[in-house]
Structure formats: C-alpha cells, structure tokens
Design a protein around this ligand. Structure first.
Ligand code: AMP
Ligand code: ZN
Length: 469
C-alpha cells in the first residue's frame, strides 16, 4: 500500500509501527457553527482510508479531536449571551449528526481540547525544562522555534525565508518574543474568556499544543498517520511536529497525509469568504451518500470544484450502483436455490477481477476515482450477467461483491426498503380495529411486524404513537 507522505514529498510503502495496527490522528473541526462541505472533505477522505485499512485487516485506532476553545467560539458565545461550552456542545452534536448522515464511522475517540488541559500544561512545562519554550513577562508561553533544528521539514520551508515573511509580527505588539518565529503555547485570559490556572498565568492553550497532547494521550508518542486538510501543513502541523518531537525526543508521525481543497468557483470554500454550503443545506437537496460519492470521485490530493452539475453526475453514479443492487435483490427473491453452475463459477472469477482492480487503485495512494471506476465496471458486468435463471448462490455472491466494495468507500448501496408513513398508519389502524374486535392475536402480530421493520408503537392516552427505532 503506497501513501503519499507530505514529509518526503513522495509515495512510500506503508509500514505500520506495530504489525497489524494503525494509529491515526485526524485534526477535527473548530465547533462554532454547522460544518461546511469543505470540512466534510477530510472527514470523508480519511474515513475511507480507515475503512480500506480495516478491510485489509488492520486494526485502526482512529482519533479525531474537536477544538472547543477558540476565539470564534467565544465570540459566538458572547453574541448569544451563553457560555462557550453551550456553543461547542451544540455544534459537536450537530457535527455528529452530519457525520452519521455521511456514514462516517465514529472515531475510537473524539477528545475535546477543554478536557485535556492538564496534559497541555505538562507538555508545556517539559518544553520549558528542555529549553524549547519560555514564559514572557505577561505569562504568555512561547515555543522557541529555532531551538528545534528540524523546523520546516514538513512544509519544506526555510527558517530564514520565514523570518523575512514574519517581520511584520514584530511591529504588531508581539515584541516580547525572543524571535518573531516563536509561536504561542499558552496565552493569558482576556476579560470574559474561559481560562485555566497555570504557573505562568490564568489563561488558555494555543491551538497547536492541543493536537500534540491529544495524539500523545490516545495514540502514544509515535504514531503512524497524521492527517488533515492542506491548509494545516503550515503552521499547524509544522508546529505540532516541533512541539511533540522536542518534548518526546521521538519522531512524531511517520506518514503525513493532506487533502486538497474543496473549491467553489475555483476558490477555497471557507467560512471567512462566505462562499460555503453547509452539509445540512446539501442534505435538504441530496441524500448525503451523493455528497460522499462526489467527494470520492476525485483523488484526495487534487482540488475539487463544487458545482450543481457535478452533484447531479454524482447522484446518477450513486444511483446506478443502488439500482444494480436492487435488481439483484429482485432476482434473488425469485431465484432457484440451486448450486452454482460451472459457467457461473467462471463468471464469478471474472467478477473478482474488478475487486483486484479496486484494490490496486486504493493501494496507489487511495485513488478513489479509479476505485469507483472499478465498481462501475463490476456493475456493468453484473447488469449483463445476472439473469432470472441465475442461481441464488451466484446472485448472492455478485451482490456481496458490490456491497463490500461500496462499503469500503462508505457508500450504502443495499438500501433496506423503508416503510412509508402511510403504510405504517394503515397497519396501526388495522391493529386498532383488531383490538376492538378482541382479535388480540392479530393485534400482536401487527405490532411484531412493525417492530421487525424498526417501528416502535406506544399506546398512550391520546392514542397510538409510533417512532422509528
Ligand atoms: P477548521 O474547522 O477550519 O479547522 O477545518 C477542519 C478541517 O477541514 C481541517 O482539516 C481543514 O483543513 C479542512 N478544511 C477546511 N476547509 C476546507 C476546504 N475548503 N477544502 C478541504 N478541506 C477543508
Ligand atoms: Zn491539529
């Protein structure tokens, strides 16, 4: 399995630190609003990386944080006149709903910055003790960037070029720094802001230290993969490396993966430019599986431009797979329970060739565009070879293959036939009539039938209420 590593700027063979296990950290969103579909790109991409690794037999420990202390959260809290935690908890819950809709597997752990302050204080102290950080007069603690000799190795930046670019910082009131390149680890509170006690001042952590600490706590000092959008390469990930490697004296992450931007009119989709669609808005128009398909239709390191046309194309593509599976289910209902014929066995071997193609595409730095193309070839093959006279075993094997490959992409293609509200209500009425006629056996039968379809009934004083379980 080849992974493009931002650190070496080339594809490398993936070798985990521990055989059969993958430790993976993905920088998560700052929670002050509904997530937009640009934020959804790394979520979908790295969830697919995780799913492929699991399919290959790895046990993946997947950690992704929520940044729940930040200027934007505080600003929003002040606007609404509530505590910052009200804002962050609200948008963490909303983000989780969106993630469920996009069929993103829950992380092994979603740490929150505000619950990890103790670890941050410890790491900052270690950095001070080792001479890599220093407190300034007002209690701000800075990382001494030049003390870390490998600084710039991820973003391939040269310290002296950075120095030139950063000169303006000196005149912006940050002259208590020893060097303009130094960055904040801990900063003093301002009036009305959340804060924690520390020996330097009452304050809160800088953004970069969060991830170094949460990654260490939940995955260890050395991890396999650290990932996020390409805007995080500098300064966020560069600073994480400096902090973690200076504190732990160990290489931090072996593979650094970065997704390219989701653009709109060829500009990065972002909150600050105001050119965004939230995942919630998209869900009003499309099944979020279509959004997932759209994201995977491009390689994760290529920029992807959002457009209505491409979403329509994604909808058609996704529906083509679902229709093929529906057709197989229809045939399966009526198929003879016979052995697979010799011809069917040969066809199945041929069908497995598409799985090999799929794997080759994914092994090549997760080329999901080619992997989806392999699924389409399989769908075409199935559409021309699944027949009314095919055996059940053959049809089942074909269906399984489409479902397995789609599932690696996180695409749900075996849609359980959902009951319509009107069908449910008709059955409830029939049950009421049965009860009135003292036909309790039928009434119970209907209750069980609905339960099997995930509909739960509740007899209340106002009548029968129902909900989907
Ligand atoms: P933020 O909440 O801005 O820190 O972003 C959370 C994640 O979304 C980070 O990994 C960002 O790199 C990523 N991200 C933000 N905007 C985009 C975009 N337009 N395209 C791709 N990734 C993005
Ligand atoms: Zn991070």
């Amino acid at each position: 399995m080849q992974i493009y590593n931002t650190l070496s700027k080339r594809k490398e063979e993936f070798k985990p630190l521990e055989p059969g296990k993958v430790k993976m950290y993905v920088c998560g969103p700052t929670v002050y609003n509904l997530i937009h579909i640009g934020n959804a790109r790394p979520m979908i991409v790295f969830d697919t990386v995780r799913r492929y690794m699991e399919y290959k037999g790895y046990e993946v420990n997947y950690v992704s944080n929520f940044t729940d202390v930040d200027d934007k959260i505080i600003k929003k809290a002040n606007e609404e006149g509530v505590e910052p935690s009200v804002i962050s908890e609200r948008y963490i819950a909303e983000c989780k709903k969106d993630m469920e809709g996009m069929n993103i597997k829950p992380a092994t752990k979603n740490p929150k910055a505000t619950e990890e302050i103790g670890g941050m204080l410890d790491m900052i102290q270690t950095l001070i003790d080792k001479g890599h950080a220093y407190p300034a007069a007002d209690g701000t603690v800075y990382f001494r960037t030049r003390s870390f000799k490998d600084y710039g190795k991820l973003s391939h930046k040269n310290l002296d070029d950075l120095q030139g670019g950063n000169r303006s910082l000196l005149v912006s009131g940050e002259d208590q720094k020893e060097d303009p390149l130094d960055f904040v680890l801990w900063k003093p509170k301002k009036e009305g802001e959340p804060y924690w006690d520390s020996c330097w001042c009452q304050g809160r952590p800088g953004w970069h230290i969060e991830c170094s600490v949460m990654s260490k706590r939940y995955l260890g000092e050395e991890i396999d993969i650290h990932a996020g959008g390409e805007d995080l390469i500098f300064p966020h990930h560069e600073n994480e490396i400096a902090q973690s490697e200076a504190a732990n004296d160990k290489p931090f992450a072996r593979y650094w993966m970065h997704n390219a931007f989701l653009n709109i009119d060829n500009r990065k989709m972002s909150k600050s430019l105001g050119n965004f669609f939230t995942v919630r808005e998209i869900s009003e128009k499309y099944d979020l599986q279509v959004l997932r398909f759209f994201m995977l239709s491009a390689h994760y390191r290529s920029p992807l431009n959002f457009s209505a046309d491409l979403m329509e194309a994604a909808k058609n593509g996704y529906e083509r797979i679902v229709t093929s599976v529906d057709n197989l289910k229809f045939l399966l209902d009526k198929a003879a329970d016979t052995e697979m014929t010799g011809e069917e066995k040969n066809l199945l071997t041929e069908a497995q060739g598409f799985e090999t193609k799929f794997d080759e595409a994914m092994d090549d730095d997760f080329n999901t565009a080619d992997a989806l193309a392999a699924i389409f070839e399989l769908v075409k093959f199935v559409n021309s070879n699944a027949k009314a006279e095919s055996s059940k075993a053959f049809l089942e094997a074909l269906k399984q293959e489409i479902v397995t490959l789609s599932d690696i992409c996180g695409l749900i293609v075996d849609k359980k036939a959902e009951m319509l509200d009107s069908d449910i209500e008709a059955l409830i009425e029939e049950r009421q009539a049965a009860r009135k006629a003292k036909n309790f056996a039928r009434a119970d039968e209907i209750r069980d039938e609905l339960l099997a379809k995930g509909i739960v009934l509740e007899d209340t004083r106002e009548g029968v209420k129902w909900k989907r379980a």
